[in-house]
Ligand binder design. Structure first.
Ligand code: PEP
Ligand code: MG
Length: 532
């Protein structure tokens, strides 16, 4: 329960490049510099928590660049002399400075060109009202038309008690992130009137209910559900430290899905037996440029050290579709982004990104128990291409004399093609992990972002069940572990089905770990015939 704060995307700026109103544009420019500077402070604070001090330092550098005299005087000159709008002047001033950096002697200074482009790009975006800054001063429940995954990942967990969105779907990355972060969220509620801004609101993320200005009856229902939640917590706490086996002796490992180092702490707090899915793209999303090999290494190293010997499965970059990272995916729009250059397809188009990530992962493998997992595989040829890049990463570390360790490489089964070809894929990899969110979307041709086709997912259709059984059989024949890391893993009504199908590991958002462990331990005998 909390105060509702409505966030709207402002689109005030005209897109015209030139403007005659010099004084107004100068004021806009200076105000925008002040606002973006506050935003960089916030990003610094967030990154400190998520990726550590060294990596967070980039936002301090960005703030310095933003406030740099050379940058502002060039932008102001462009506004005064060339009559450019504040947005256009910011972009052009960034390009001028970047050109200067590119001509510098040291590699370090040359690399700063990308930073100034990121800074001026953010300023330009802000001036054009192309993204919303989520700046909160006190804890509240936020409401928005929709939140992008990038905006969600940057939410301040101490300030956001929950969120409600007009659009979206329970299977979107925004909703998944909310579950991972333990933030109550209700999506797809339809139009939220501005008159509710500042009202007291009750939200129940599990039931999908929102109540504005609750009356005594709703409040007492809220108190009793709060009480139920407390007693559930006490019951689940008794699951801590227990070996997770069904009553007929099937051992199931229950792990956590995470997006950053703060989530890894949450995973340990909820007694997860490892990290089953580290969505590495969120580290890329909370920055304005790709994290370097060293920066990634520090994060992976910290994660494996925190997990103290338990396996940490890091998924290689899965961007594209709803997860756009402008400095990687660019402005180009695809007609069907979920069917386009996403995940492994993007990695194979930009192999240097995957090579860097593999180098960082192999280095972390020298320190702890880490595995790599490749998203959205459709064909064996993609696995071969990925394995070539992994081999190149090892060879280049060897040549550089940098220590690295042995690392398992597995794949996600989240396309029908991968499920159908699972018998061919199994001998090529160390493990499978079924991404049910995408497997369901692609099997049913039902966009996971679109609430109008959500009805196709419930109850879980036989087509998807067959894909899961088929994949489990292939894994069992090859003797490789098979995990479910999609949201289906947290649906305890389906725990028996997954175990009977042959799943050996389930990975869920940290707050669901003990619930799933309880469901596993309650299971007795085979509930349905195992079909092969
Ligand atoms: C999935 O598709 O089930 C999955 C775990 O990946 P993501 O939700 O990040 O696409
Ligand atoms: Mg997926």
């Amino acid at each position: 329960m909390g105060e509702l704060k409505i966030l709207r995307q402002s689109k005030t700026e005209t897109k015209s490049e030139n403007t005659g109103d010099v004084p107004a544009e100068l004021i806009k420019f200076r105000d925008a510099v002040d606002s973006v500077s506050v935003e960089f402070d916030k990003l610094y604070k967030n990154a400190l928590l998520r990726v550590g001090e060294r990596e967070a330092g980039i936002f301090e550098i960005h703030k310095m660049m933003l406030e740099d005299e050379d940058f502002s005087s060039e932008a102001e000159r462009l506004i005064k002399e060339e009559k450019f709008s504040a947005a256009e002047a910011s972009k052009r001033a960034g390009e001028v400075l970047a050109q200067m950096f590119r001509g510098m002697e040291t590699e370090y200074m040359r690399a700063r060109a990308d930073d100034i482009i990121a800074v001026s790009g953010r300023l330009c975006e802000f001036l054009r009202g192309e993204s919303r800054s989520v700046e909160l001063t006190s804890p509240c429940i936020i409401a928005a038309d929709d939140l992008t995954p990038a905006e969600t990942v940057m939410l301040d967990r101490d300030k956001v008690l929950g969120f409600v969105t007009e659009r979206g779907s329970d299977m979107s990355h925004t909703a998944i992130l909310a579950r991972m972060m333990g933030i109550p969220a209700v999506v797809s509620v339809g139009h939220i009137s501005d008159e509710y801004d500042g009202c007291t609101v009750l939200i129940d993320g599990e039931a999908g209910e929102v109540c504005i200005d609750p009356d005594e009856e709703s409040l007492s229902r809220y108190r009793s559900s709060h009480f139920d939640a407390e007693s559930e917590k006490a019951r689940l706490d008794r699951m801590r430290g227990k070996t997770c086996v069904t009553s007929d002796g099937v051992r199931i490992i229950v792990c956590a899905n995470v997006g950053d180092l703060a989530d890894v702490d949450e995973a340990a707090r909820h007694d997860a037996e490892g990290i089953g899915l580290f969505r590495s793209e969120f580290m890329f999303m909370s920055q304005t440029r790709a994290p370097s090999e060293d920066e990634q290494y520090e994060v992976y190293r910290a994660a494996v050290l925190k997990m103290n010997g338990q396996e940490c499965v890091v998924r290689t970059l899965d961007v594209g579709a709803d997860k756009r990272i402008p400095y990687i995916t660019g402005d180009a729009k695809e007609a069907n982004p979920a069917l386009g250059i996403r995940a492994v397809r993007l990695s194979l188009r930009m192999p240097e990104l995957l090579l860097t990530q593999f180098r960082a992962l192999y280095r972390a493998a020298a320190v702890g128990n880490i595995s790599a997992m490749i998203p959205m595989i459709s064909l064996p040829s993609e696995v071969e291409a990925v394995r070539d890049i992994a081999a190149k990463a090892r060879a280049s570390l060897e040549a550089d004399g940098i220590p690295y360790g042995k690392m398992k490489v597995g794949i996600m089964i989240e396309t029908p093609s991968a499920a159908i070809l699972s018998d061919l894929l199994a001998p090529m990899v160390d493990f499978f992990s079924i991404g049910t969110n995408d497997l369901i979307q692609y099997t049913l041709a039902a966009d996971r972002e679109n609430p109008d086709v959500a009805y196709l997912r419930h109850p879980l259709p036989e087509s998807v069940r067959r894909c899961i059984r088929m994949t489990c059989s292939a894994a069992r024949r090859e003797g490789i572990p098979i995990c479910v890391c999609g949201e289906l893993g947290a649906d305890t009504d389906e725990t028996n089905f997954l175990i009977d199908a042959g799943v050996t590991k389930i990975s869920v958002s940290p707050p669901y770990v003990l619930r799933v462990r309880e469901a596993v331990m309650r299971k007795t005998g085979m509930t349905i015939n195992r079909r092969i």
